[in-house]
Design a protein around this ligand. Sequence first.
Ligand code: NAD
Length: 496
Amino acid sequence: MDPQVIEFLDPKNIRMLIDGEFVQAVSGETFATVDPASGRKIAEVPKADARDVDLAVAAARRALDHSSWRHMLPADRQLLLLRLADLIEENGEKIAQLETLDQGQLIDVARFVQVEMAADFIRYMAGWATKLEGSALDLSVREPIGAGIRYQAYTRREPVGVVAAIVPWNFPHLMALWKIVPALACGCTVVLKPAEDTPLTAIHLARLIQKAGFPKGVVNVITGTGQEVGAPLAAHPGVNKVAFTGSTRVGQAIGHAAIENMTRFSVETGGKSPVLVLDDIDPDFLGPNAAMATFFNHGQQCVAGSRVYLPRKRFDDYMERILDMTELLKVGSGFDNRVHVGPMVSKVHHERVMGYIDRSREAGAKIASGGESVEGTEGYFIRPTVITDVDHGFECVREEIFGPVLTVMPYNTLDELVELANDSKYGLAASIWSQNISKINMLIPRIQAGTVWVNCHGVFDANLPFGGRKLSGIGREHGRAAINLFTEEKTVCIAY
Ligand code: NAD
């Protein structure tokens, strides 16, 4: 382990950030965060409640209304964000190791996603700070109101205000930055609440934010449970916008709480993304890609391609290659470079995923590979699992499992394929696998999903809008779309 990780884990460093100060919770209480690969406690983390939420929101409000942040030049906001990107890279190995320790993520994935992708994302979004714009509008106000008067009108984009960022545990550092950075680029202030299972990289990020030189109160980081911190934060009248990623159930609760105060909200929630395989694709290309569409990050990804549809006439051929790939995957600690699939994030989540597998078996599905926990370890490991012989009404086809569980089903015609792919309450993403451009172009508009990938799955870029349809969420993050999430449009009309 990097000595800097051990140094960071000194109890005196594990603090929240409120109003520029590193603090314990008002209650003085803490909770344990656990290494999912060993079941061992890593650190005690402050356990905030509604009192800490009040303090953090008040600090963010003061910073918004009264600090130098309010009048900071866009170019200076951009510079602060660029400095943060540099600091993330300088501390990259420490961040990656902290994430692997706390989340269980493979270390190479953590290096790529939590550090490289994070720095790229910040640098992209930093550029938006200097590119916010409105429109000049020509008016046609008639007499008598407009008698002898002319008008000049325009719109401007202003920060939406205090942003509550509530994030999940699957890609903790990147998810936090996906919310914080566009908010800061737009001139907002932020209260960040990381997931209780993975608070460490957010606590570390608070240190880097201070070091980058953001004025006090611009970013506040509070740790605790969804009930004790997330719920009061979403319902807080001092919050102007909630940016959430997590489950549909909590996304809906946040929407209800937010609407009481007309707080703006965007929610990125779950998915059950279909993988649509046409009959012309090379099985050797398909097998690894179809398997990894789900098994990447141990299936703990909202875009997991966990429903694979194969043409009936090539079912056995394609299925064989998917199973070949699945059986090659080695399960173990994220720190072991030979491993492909790490642990579930927590004991509770391990039990939840195993419950889905057990109930599928009981319902009569065939477990074609995996289907069990890894014995002889204290970690929360599950073998990559492939399920077949299901009815489309089975739970494993309909519910988001969020673990290494893939269900494979046959189809007969392209119309049936579209029907099956859309037969889901979710609409986050989908992928189509074929070389037939006519069929691909015919399918794309018929698929009910926020993103459709073709011959790839799970590709993200700061310039690619991302978000869900149906129960997968409201709003689009990234790219220009993110700016609309964190600004309000003001209309100005001047008579002269
Ligand atoms: P979760 O919804 O339980 O928790 C997400 C966050 O919300 C955590 O910080 C949690 O503490 C907080 N929270 C919990 N209850 C709350 C409440 N009542 N009010 C306010 N905040 C509350 O989800 P999770 O278990 O952390 O993450 C897994 C889920 O997230 C999966 O369902 C997955 O699909 C979804 N997810 C979606 C996306 C996406 O982009 N659409 C990305 C990642 C994860």
